[in-house]
Design a protein around this ligand. Structure first.
Ligand SMILES: [Mg+2]
Length: 362
């Protein structure tokens, strides 16, 4: 069997309400679908949304990387020779982690379909049900308290609170949210790089002194500021989770060596796909550091890949896989199964996706 060609398509899915962080506001999920087709008619799917403020990748960059570089390099090759193909993807161009992730995911889906096994099984795991948290967008404190209470009433017991626009207002936000939801709800705080190290220490110390019982604080400082991240981690008792600081296995190695964070958030759009995510997991496990699995605002295609990975890797102990829940509709049939806050991979081969409604491939 040989890879015939890589094809691109677009999907747009409206959100139930705008998704707001300290970096951006998103009204709908738009994504680039990559289909890897073989000469025997088997097709693997992946996707890459443009998340320019985080990854640097725009729609044009993603499409160009696939059309001009990755597609021509992979055409004519044996899809069962997965590691060699992933080496080609990894070394074909620097950066471009979203395009690489889309192709890596599609190659893994195809591999699973050829072998007739679900991806989680091929990664050495079983179908594990994982609890996802639910993200509360950055808004005025009273709006966030209301949104948080509604999420709890809908059955979510872990909330990810977006902050980072103004550290003094963030203290008010958490006070109002904790008082609205009561003490039994797990609260995670994501500053999306919005604080300086000293603002982070002041804000997190305030959370601690006030007894807000925050499980973890995610990416308090700028992505590049590893020393600042370590300073925060060393200065507070609350667990610090590195997100935008860790893209590649090399980043993970540096963060782990420095002990700059307590936890690592893995997203396939940052690592460039499953293969590099496995490397991050292996290093974290060796260092006794647990991981979270997260996602950008993606559709269920790549979120399903993340779900298979998390299902197979015990070092992934926390999940932030709520984008399909935040979407007003789901064009993906099969794939990850959601039941309230619980998500699990399905048993079909590869990602287990059976159809993608409205997808037109070019
Ligand atoms: Mg984050």
């Amino acid at each position: 069997m040989k890879i015939r060609r890589l094809r691109l398509g677009r999907l747009s899915v409206p959100l139930k309400k705008p998704f707001k962080t300290s970096l951006r506001t998103v009204e709908e999920v738009t994504t680039n679908v990559v289909a890897v087709e073989t000469d025997e008619g088997i097709c693997g799917y992946g996707e890459a949304p443009p998340t320019a403020v985080i990854t640097g990748d725009t729609n044009g960059a993603i499409r160009g990387a696939v059309q001009d570089r990755l597609g021509p390099l992979l055409a004519g090759r044996d899809p069962e020779n997965l590691n060699e193909l992933l080496d080609i993807v990894d070394t074909a161009l620097v950066h471009n982690t979203s395009a690489k992730a889309a192709v890596d995911i599609a190659l893994h889906d195809l591999w699973g379909k050829i072998l007739g096994k679900p991806l989680y099984a091929l990664l050495g795991g079983r179908a594990r049900e994982i609890e996802t948290d639910y993200t509360i967008s950055l808004n005025d404190p009273e709006v966030m308290a209301k949104d948080s209470l509604e999420a709890v009433q809908e059955g979510y017991s872990a909330l990810k609170i977006k902050v980072g626009s103004d550290f003094q207002k963030d203290m008010v936000r958490l006070r109002e949210i904790r008082s609205a939801v009561g003490k039994d709800v797990l609260l995670r705080v994501d500053a999306n790089q919005g604080w300086t190290p000293k603002q982070a220490i002041r804000t997190i110390s305030f959370f601690e002194d006030e007894g807000f019982d925050i499980e973890l604080v995610e990416q308090p400082v700028k992505a590049h500021d590893f020393e600042g991240l370590k300073y925060v981690t060393d200065s507070v008792e609350t667990l610090i989770l590195a997100d935008e600081a860790v893209f590649s296995p090399r980043d993970a190695f540096t963060i782990l060596s420095m002990r700059a964070a307590d936890l690592i958030n893995i997203k396939l759009m940052k690592t460039g796909g499953i293969r590099n995510a496995l490397a991050v997991c292996a290093m974290a496990r060796a260092c006794g550091v647990e991981c979270m699995i997260g996602a950008m605002m993606e559709t269920k295609i790549s979120v399903t890949a993340a779900c298979h990975l998390a299902s197979a890797l015990p070092v992934i102990t926390r999940a932030d896989l709520d984008p399909p829940i935040l979407c007003a509709s789901d064009p993906v049939e099969g794939g990850a199964r959601y039941s309230g806050s619980m998500v699990a991979p399905s048993d079909g081969p590869g990602l287990g996706i059976t159809a993608i409604r409205g997808l037109v491939l070019e």
